[in-house]
Write a protein that binds this ligand. Structure first.
Ligand code: SF4
Length: 422
């Protein structure tokens, strides 16, 4: 069956365990236990088969640029020899016909001089997971003795800066802490980029302090939106140099008419699958927040092709989810910017994925605020683009959703698919 997308990114779980134990981790601490059935490391036999399948798939689909994310758990626990052999095997088999990019997300606790040199030689990009200053970070990012990881990570960040490496961070936004102090902290430690992610959550696994249901949103309950708006107001007017805040940066780009492939915003599919350490092919890991074993697929790289994987039910939905929006999102004036956020945040036991994001009011509030700030700036700069964008407040956007929803609607042919995951 034609899926309408191609897999251009794979996240390869070279290590299925982690050396630390973050309280919010969706892999180990949010109700999914499938990691226990996985080998600790992906074997050479499995990744050689994976390389064969990627090569064949790229050839069949005429793909000339392919991204590989080294994923965990914590990928660095695989060791230097393993990662060297893994990256080299991929490059030897696929380049120069297929341009490869490698990236990883690390908790940063194991980095040292040798890792920094090796990753530079192998051309593997990486970001560090850190939630903010010591108090914010160590509230959740702890080792197996419940000891915070901040001091260790910070000493390695200093090392990276001595090596003149740009340091990008991935951070879970924490509404218990002040966004401006958190942002100032990242500035102080020399961050080049910070991506503040919404906590992995949905209607089944509600985020802290949100009490929406699949039937009803409380439009005044927007702690995440309020957090992001405070951050935006500081960041947007902050003079350069300043860190790039990824989510806000992408919102600005989309508002200005550019297309971006980003899970959390916009309408472009991310075209990604996950390969478990035993070779199982699954949809993105964050979907584990929907329940124990939720991403299991019965497909393995030894017995299935990536072309077959494209058509696996959950993989297909994840990669086409921006085109399969719930009715409220179709009625929403911000849908092209929001894209209903991230598929895992739409899940509930009643409607499956046939919901807006559980963060909907927060998102609508952020987007209308950012859009208005952009229009004001464009007008001040005398840009003709300002005439193409009509200002719209949060309240006006909500009214428009209600008005559009009250109209008669055609049948959405994908609703059954969205609800089949209940
Ligand atoms: S703001 Fe809400 S209704 Fe609008 S697209 Fe996003 S999730 Fe859907």
């Amino acid at each position: 069956m034609e899926t309408g997308f191609s897999i251009k990114n794979i996240a390869v779980k070279i290590a299925s365990r982690c050396n630390i134990n973050c309280s919010y981790c969706y892999i180990y601490n949010r109700g999914d236990h499938s990691y226990k059935d996985q080998p600790k490391f992906m074997s050479k036999e499995v990744y050689e088969e994976l390389i064969n399948k990627v090569q064949r798939y790229c050839f069949e689909k005429e793909i000339t640029h392919f991204r590989v994310f080294l994923f965990g758990g914590e990928p660095l626990i695989a060791g230097k020899k393993y990662i060297t052999e893994f990256v080299t095997a991929f490059r030897e088999a696929l380049e120069p016909d297929i341009k490869l990019s490698f990236a990883m997300q690390t908790n940063g606790t194991l980095l040292d001089e040798e890792w920094i040199t090796l990753l530079r030689q192998l051309k593997v990009g990486y970001g560090i997971s850190l939630d903010g200053d010591k108090e914010v970070n160590d509230a959740n990012r702890v080792d197996f003795n419940n000891k915070g990881t901040y001091d260790k990570v910070l000493s390695n960040v200093t090392l990276l800066k001595e090596h003149k490496q740009p340091v990008g961070f991935l951070s879970f936004l924490n509404i218990n802490y002040d966004p401006i102090a958190t942002y100032e902290h990242f500035k102080r430690i020399g961050a080049s980029t910070v991506d503040f992610l919404f906590p992995d959550a949905n209607f089944y696994n509600l985020p802290q302090d949100l009490h929406h249901t699949e039937d009803e949103f409380d439009w005044n309950n927007t702690p995440y939106g309020d957090w992001y708006i405070k951050l935006f107001d500081k960041w947007f007017h902050d003079p350069n140099p300043k860190p790039r805040v990824r989510y806000l940066n992408y919102l600005l780009q989309i508002i200005l008419g550019n297309e971006v492939g980003y899970d959390l915003a916009g309408t472009q599919p991310t075209e990604l699958v996950m390969i478990e350490s035993n070779g199982d092919i699954e949809a993105v890991d964050d979907l584990r927040v929907c329940g124990d074993g939720f991403t299991r697929s019965k497909m393995n790289i030894k017995s299935h092709t990536l072309l077959e994987a494209e058509d696996q039910k959950l993989i297909r939905l994840h990669n086409s989810s921006k085109q399969k929006l719930a009715r409220q999102c179709i009625a929403c004036p911000a849908r092209e910017i929001c894209g209903a956020n991230y598929l895992p945040t739409r899940y509930g036991k009643k409607n499956g994925f046939n919901n807006p994001s559980v963060y909907c009011p927060d998102l609508l509030k952020i987007i209308t605020h950012v859009r208005d700030a952009v229009i004001t700036e464009l007008k001040a700069a005398g840009s003709p683009l300002a005439n193409e964008l009509e200002p719209m407040s949060y309240e006006e956007a909500r009214e428009m959703i209600a008005l559009n929803l009250a109209e008669e609607h055609e049948i959405l042919e994908y609703e059954e698919e969205l609800e089949s995951f209940r």
